[in-house]
Ligand binder design. Structure first.
Ligand code: F6R
Length: 260
């Protein structure tokens, strides 16, 4: 686990975009796992900029999103399909049929979740997964108590997550109670993971996830067991880390061949 502390979300986004850019350049048909929410917006902005500058071609890329609200159609402004369209897909040359977001209106939710897992396998697995972090420790919408061996499935959102996400809706009672999310084990199967977390509001939970015990009660803590995870945080989100100075020292002393 590599903890990278930067002054601002923009610095983190620039580094993350360079890592994604290198992968997309080097691997024809790269498979990206994508997240929604406020956190990845600067990252997607940077990817769009690189694409517009002619530096990034997404025509061979396949994407899988982590999650979607149950009950929202893809053209609903609060759906994650809509978010992806607005924040990234409409501004890059990814082929629409290669973008996958769970279907919030699936009749057979269970069958849809199994097919989603199968589609990931059929594409050869996810090369790089982008993650945000919930204030309750969730990754995807794997809420506290989620099985660390879970796969794509229906989950019930916690009150905390619904409160946190109410800012995207007109009223809290409009926030759906259920979602479809990739499981913790689905995320752990991804070959490389970049987690981003910004701001003071994420400081306590980021410390639990990185320096606390591995526990289903903090699903992000399982990333401690993944061999290739980079955690990009700004100074505010790093404020509760015991080893903060050490992580900074490690990053400052990185050999040039490891830089990005
Ligand atoms: C969204 C997702 C969630 C968010 C998390 C943080 O696809 O999977 O885990 O990353 O809820 O949300 P923000 O970035 O809005 O703080």
């Amino acid at each position: 686990m590599e903890v990278i502390i930067q002054p601002s979300p923009a610095d983190c986004a620039a580094m993350g975009a360079r890592i994604i850019g290198k992968l997309v350049e080097q691997k024809a048909g790269a498979v990206l796992g994508l997240a929604t929410g406020s956190t990845p917006i600067p990252l997607y902005g940077e990817l769009v900029r690189l694409h517009r500058d002619g530096q990034l071609d997404f025509s061979g890329v396949t994407s899988f999103n982590l999650d979607e609200y149950i009950g929202l159609p893809g053209d609903h402004p609060c759906s994650y399909r809509y978010f992806m369209q607005q924040e990234l897909f409409k501004d890059i040359n990814i082929k629409p049929d290669r973008t996958h977001v769970p279907d919030g209106l699936a009749d057979d939710v269970d069958g849809h979740c199994k097919a989603y897992e199968q589609a990931i396998l059929d594409c050869g697995g996810i090369d790089l997964q982008v993650l945000g972090l919930g204030t309750d420790g969730h990754i995807g919408f794997n809420e506290p108590g989620s099985s660390l061996g879970s796969r794509t499935r229906i989950k019930t959102l916690t009150g905390k997550t619904r409160e946190d996400n109410a800012r995207f809706f007109e009223r809290i009672d409009e926030v759906p109670r259920h979602c479809i999310t990739m499981g913790v084990a689905t995320i752990m199967d991804c070959r490389q993971i970049l987690l981003f977390a910004f701001g003071e509001g994420k400081a306590e939970i980021i410390a639990e996830a990185i320096e606390g015990p591995v526990s289903a009660m903090v699903p992000a803590s399982v990333l401690q067991m993944h061999p290739d995870v980079k955690i990009f945080i700004d100074d505010a989100a790093a404020s509760c880390l015991k080893q903060r100075d050490y992580y900074k020292e490690v990053f400052a002393g990185k050999p040039s061949w490891q830089s990005f």
